[in-house]
Design a binder for this molecule. Structure first.
Ligand code: IPM
Ligand code: MN
Length: 353
């Protein structure tokens, strides 16, 4: 098939890892007789600097006209400590999610056997952990009514039945394809919005008798993820809780640089690493490209190209086993590898497979 891909490298380490993702996609396409065209768009601080808008209309148009978006990262420290900044790079990401209707964010938390000792948790707790967090991405406090003056500020955690139901259905579909265990994470003992989530989930639960549904308060879920992450199969939660829990989940594997994600919904799907733009590492060729490369695997899998996804996963595992890793997970063979060395090794593996 032909893939028409919008590439949004963004800020910080974004451009460096983006190149690796594109190279891997090209290698897989060649191997399997596909073709791909890549069209580049600007987003984040890069887009603010150039045109004053973190998600300009041309970028939206490019995304809408593409089959998928390969996104890297946004964020720049010059905005972080300035509460008065009128426009921020992160708004580009949020605008993209909202304008493309990407309400479902799929964040798999997987562990790699050869990296068990890199996890901050004990190896025996982490071994075999494999769950997916389905994060609602276009509602809740991120997009609810806001107010801000010097004495008072609020964000509204707004959800409608429709928004809750559609994300729960995505989660149930995942659960059906996996170990058939869904955990609905909320704070229904305190929040009205959570009580709506729980009510809708309790209704839907009856339509999915093959799935075991349980309900967990978010504070308890945060604890359980550390004590017994193997408990989870599919977890579904609102936007803000999902943001927090997936950062927690991502380090279980030993490095934030390993985990990809997919955002899907009404328009073009977006594939991106979970990690941010790590501005301090920009241009140093030390960023881990694996999350970006694995997001290409998720892209292929989205289009039912399972063999294509599998070869990328195989190549990534082989690179880890061979100790060909960036410094964040410093491999076993004592040599130093840059972002581009890891990418090139994976491309070679795929070509020669
Ligand atoms: C994420 C990020 C974003 C979020 C930021 C950059 C706006 O942390 O994708 O998890 O909060 O959703
Ligand atoms: Mn986050």
């Amino acid at each position: 098939m032909h893939f028409n891909i919008a590439v949004l490298p963004g800020d910080g380490i974004g451009p460096e890892i983006s190149v690796q993702g594109v190279d891997v996609m090209n290698a897989v396409c060649e191997k399997f007789g596909h073709t791909a065209s890549f069209n580049y768009g600007i987003v984040g601080a890069d887009a603010i600097d150039r045109v004053g808008d973190p998600f300009p209309p041309e970028t939206l148009k490019l995304c809408k006209e593409s089959d998928a978006v390969l996104f890297s990262a946004v964020g720049d420290p010059k905005y972080d400590n300035d509460p008065k900044a009128k426009v921020r790079p992160e708004q580009g990401l949020l605008a993209m999610r909202k304008k493309l209707g990407l309400f479902a964010n799929i964040r798999p938390v997987e562990t790699f056997d050869c990296l068990l000792d890199k996890s901050p948790l004990k190896a025996e707790i982490v071994k075999g952990v494999d769950f997916v967090c389905i994060r609602e991405l276009t509602g809740g406090m991120y997009f609810g009514e806001k107010y801000e003056d010097d004495d008072r500020a609020y964000d509204t955690n707004h959800y409608t039945r429709k928004e809750v139901e559609r994300i729960l259905r995505v989660a149930y579909d995942y659960a059906l394809r996996r170990r058939r265990h869904l955990t609905v994470v909320d704070k229904a003992n305190v929040l009205a919005s959570s009580r709506l989530w729980r009510k809708v989930a309790q209704e839907l639960e009856k339509e999915y008798p093959d799935v075991t549904t349980d309900y967990m308060y978010v504070d308890n879920a945060a604890m359980r993820m550390i004590q017994d992450p193997g408990f989870f199969d599919v977890m579904v939660t609102e936007n803000t809780f999902g943001d927090i829990l997936t950062d927690e989940g991502s380090v279980i594997s030993g490095s934030m640089g390993l985990l990809p994600s997919a955002s899907t919904g009404e328009s073009t799907p977006v594939f991106e690493p979970i990690h941010g733009s790590w501005p301090q590492a920009k241009g140093l060729n030390i960023a881990n490209p694996l999350a970006q490369i694995l997001s290409v695997a998720m892209l292929f899998e989205y289009f039912n190209c399972t063999k294509e996804g599998a070869i990328i996963r195989k190549a990534v595992n082989a690179s880890l086993d061979a100790g060909v890793t960036t410094p964040d997970i410093m491999g076993t063979n004592g040599k130093k590898y840059g972002t581009n060395d890891v990418g090139a090794w994976i491309v070679d593996f795929i070509r020669n497979y």
